[in-house]
Design a protein around this ligand. Sequence first.
Ligand code: PLP
Ligand code: MN
Length: 381
Amino acid sequence: ASNDEGLTVTLRPPCVVGDKVEDIDTPALVVDLDKMERNMDKMTEFMKEFPSCKLRPHAKSHKCPAIARMQIQRGAVGVCVQKVTEAEAMVNGGIKDVLVTNEIYGKTKLKRLASLASKARIGVCVDSIENLRQVSAAAKDQQTNIDVLVEVNLKMYRCGVEPDEVVPLVLLAKELPNITFVGLQCYAGRNQHIRESAMRSFASHDAMDIAKIAIKNLSDAGIECKYVTGAGTGTFKYEGGIGVLDEFQCGSYIFMDVDYCRNIGDDGKQFFEFEQSLFVLSTVHSLQGGSMARAILDAGIKAIGADSGPPEVYPWKDLVYFFGGDEHGIIVPPGPYKLGEKVYLIPGHCDPCVNLYDWIVGIRNNVVETIWPVSGRGPGI
Ligand code: PLP
Ligand code: MN
């Protein structure tokens, strides 16, 4: 792209394939490919416990078609996205089945969404008559079809209608042209991060009880609901056992982060069913000794994201990272680090962290194996 001064702005990757980790310019977003692939394989194993459920991983975690393709190779039926920009990135990257697990409001965005429906199956959530009419009109304009799901509020109080408001919306969806009612979006967001596993399980039952009311209301009205989708990394094991969901939308399992690993697993230990594979790689660019010994890093709030607290220093859990400002991180004590040394940081929350980067650097055995563009990054216009 060129700016007004005629300067060419290139999105320069921080390394080239074959570089050693020491050669990667920082801050850089790095994924340990062995760990990420093990997480994907582990999820494939988990899915065998739920033979009637399919996996549709959430691509908002990686925003990267290459990773989506790896998930589909391992049996995922398609991906979820949250934004039209993410849907565009996925379809342009060859993904043939994309579900927008969100409401998309307004002509401009819906025109773009509808234009993708000639290249892939596109589904979208709705929770109002006005929006449903918009989706239908946009699909009709482009002479295409969009699948619609009615989103149900599972007492999470984000988007979604109450169970007794589902039937009228579905009846209208069945009347309007160029859309197909396919099922219900039943995702219980806040339950993912309930710390105790028993409490996550109880909350999952409560959430699915609400979904069951919506399904019964439909069947009482003579409408069969064949497809209910929901669940994330924190709840799929519990919701999957209840028998309501046909599909899981887990996203974070491929990367994990500090916050997810604060969940407690069924064994009463920290939730490490999946491995932390994602890191912000940074460099010690100042090392100060004496009574206030510390290592100062080139990765601060702007390189990591701060909504779930500071990152952890890998593999030295006893070293504490403090945000030192927009562009600084401070490690106290400085531990084994030397000036110029690379430091691996595990982000507090993987999704917003990935969104800060143009590239994901895939490493294996300390060598750069691949550099993927984060094609769907940005606030998601
Ligand atoms: N589905 C929806 C609708 C979401 O909003 C999210 C994440 O917030 C997910 C799935 C994925 O959840 P997780 O990253 O916890 O696996
Ligand atoms: Mn998240």
